[in-house]
Design a protein around this ligand. Structure first.
Ligand SMILES: *[C@@H]1O[C@H](CO)[C@@H](O)[C@H](O)[C@H]1NC(C)=O
Ligand SMILES: *[C@@H]1O[C@H](CO)[C@@H](O)[C@H](O)[C@H]1NC(C)=O
Length: 429
């Protein structure tokens, strides 16, 4: 590592260096690959903290390149020079970030800080979650994003850190608060916590949830790999439906779809207890190469398999899975733009799902207080109109300042991640 740093110092324009103060050691989180019920094999996988959460300092010492809100303009006159001058540091997972492995195959994320990613893809996905300590306004999320497996090292020679240091993040919101994109710092035009560029890619939200609400949501994009955006392509504000990605996605949230007694404290899926979450990706011909036609959801709790709740609206055919028809009908009734369908819907999503990176996180929402998940959204519309009410939470409960002060000890535990053929990863007692 030291040799690499010295080398790039001597050569001029390389970038996004590796710091040498802390050795990077990934927490182990084995996941299981299954071929038939009871026939699963553990794979020796581990998780890595996203580079955005890491200390970013000059390669020659302890001086910050980024102090938490602003870039040092001496070290960072422009993105390329900044990437050459600055290093991202190895992480102390438990002490600094509250990321621990309470038992083999389990990962606990504290609310104090956030984020992680591993990798993998399967036609079927199971995991156990404990959301009992996640209050309104906090989101414990498990999703796939179409990042480069190597964190972008091969495509962007300016990136010397790579997947080992959690580089290359992207998602369907085309986030602009990412410090390094395409091997360059995103320092130009940095204001209010975002630079001039965003980083886009398709995303499959398997699980976004807290004690009171949950949703699973495909978000396709017009691009098939991590892609840097600028201007209209980022889909900001009034250009939301002109960007590369479907920021809304096509969500299945049981409460929003009309069953208000299904998910929550003491409900059919009782969030005071751990639950196994099953997601099935079903193709039109039943093979891995077929076109994706449906994304199904089951829960397993206390040895009982609980199918997802059904939709309950005139204008939407009863369904408990996500399909192109469900999305079309939902968007029409809720008067939402079907950008999901315009970008190719399930067919495109299915193709993008073939090479995804698994991301586990815990977060609060500085843009809209998580109201889109667990409260009324948009907040200024009548909650009795179809699609506005998404959960029981008070819209004010999710304000980051409020939730961080009220629930600093919140955490989520993810465990027993398994993937494999349909029917292989879970069974009832
Ligand atoms: C910015 O970086 C330069 C050297 O790279 C350093 O001398 C200076 O102290 C830094 N400024 C701040 C405010 O940290
Ligand atoms: C638009 O979005 C990108 C990424 O999402 C962000 O970085 C940028 O600052 C935003 N604003 C403008 C005016 O482009």
């Amino acid at each position: 590592m030291r040799a690499l740093t010295t080398l790039s110092f001597a050569s001029l324009a390389l970038g996004q260096q590796i710091g040498t103060y802390n050795t990077e050691k990934h927490p182990e989180m084995p996941i299981e690959v299954c071929t038939a019920p009871g026939s699963c094999q553990k794979e020796a996988t581990s998780v890595v903290l996203d580079s955005n959460w890491r200390w970013t300092h000059v390669t020659s010492g302890y001086t910050n390149c980024f102090d938490g809100s602003e870039w040092n303009t001496t070290a960072c006159p422009d993105g390329k020079t900044c990437a050459a001058n600055c290093a991202i540091e190895g992480a102390d997972y438990s002490t600094t970030y509250g990321i621990t492995t309470p038992s083999s195959g389990a990962l606990q994320l504290k609310f104090v800080t956030k984020n992680d990613n591993g990798q993998n893809v399967g036609s079927r996905f199971t995991l156990d979650v404990d959301v009992s300590k996640l209050a309104c306004g906090i989101n414990g999320a498990v999703y796939f994003s179409e990042m480069d497996e190597d964190g972008g090292m091969a495509r962007f020679p300016g990136n010397k850190a790579g997947a080992k240091y959690g580089t290359g993040y992207c998602d369907s919101q085309c986030p602009g608060d990412i410090k390094f994109i395409n091997g360059e710092a995103n320092s130009e035009g940095w204001s209010d916590g975002a630079g001039k560029y965003g980083t886009c890619c398709s995303e499959m939200d398997i699980w976004e949830a807290n004690l009171d609400a949950t949703a699973y949501t495909p978000h396709p994009c017009s691009v098939y790999e991590q892609t840097r955006c600028e201007g209209t392509d980022c889909g900001n504000g009034s250009e939301r439906y002109s960007g590369m990605c479907d920021k809304d996605g096509c969500d299945f949230n049981s409460f929003r779809m009309g069953n208000k007694e299904f998910y929550g404290t003491g409900m059919t899926v009782d969030t005071t207890k751990p639950v196994t979450v099953v997601t099935q990706f079903v193709t039109d011909d039943g093979t891995d190469t077929g076109n994706l036609k449906s994304i199904k959801r089951f829960y397993v709790q206390d040895g009982k398999v609980i199918p997802n709740s059904n939709t309950n609206f005139d204008g939407i055919d009863p369904a408990n899975d996500v399909t192109d028809q469900f999305c079309e009908q939902q968007k029409t009734l809720f008067q939402d733009n079907n950008y999901f369908g315009k970008l190719g819907g399930m067919g495109v999503m299915g193709k993008q799902l073939t090479k995804m990176v698994l991301v586990l996180s815990i977060w609060d929402d500085h843009a809209v207080s998580m109201n889109w998940l667990d409260s009324n959204f948009p907040t200024d519309e009548d909650p009795s109109q179809p699609g506005i009410a998404r959960g029981r939470c008070d819209p004010a409960a999710g304000l980051p300042a409020t939730v961080e002060a009220a629930h600093p000890d919140a955490y989520v535990v993810y465990s027993n991640i398994k993937f494999g053929a349909i029917g292989s990863t879970f069974s009832a007692n």
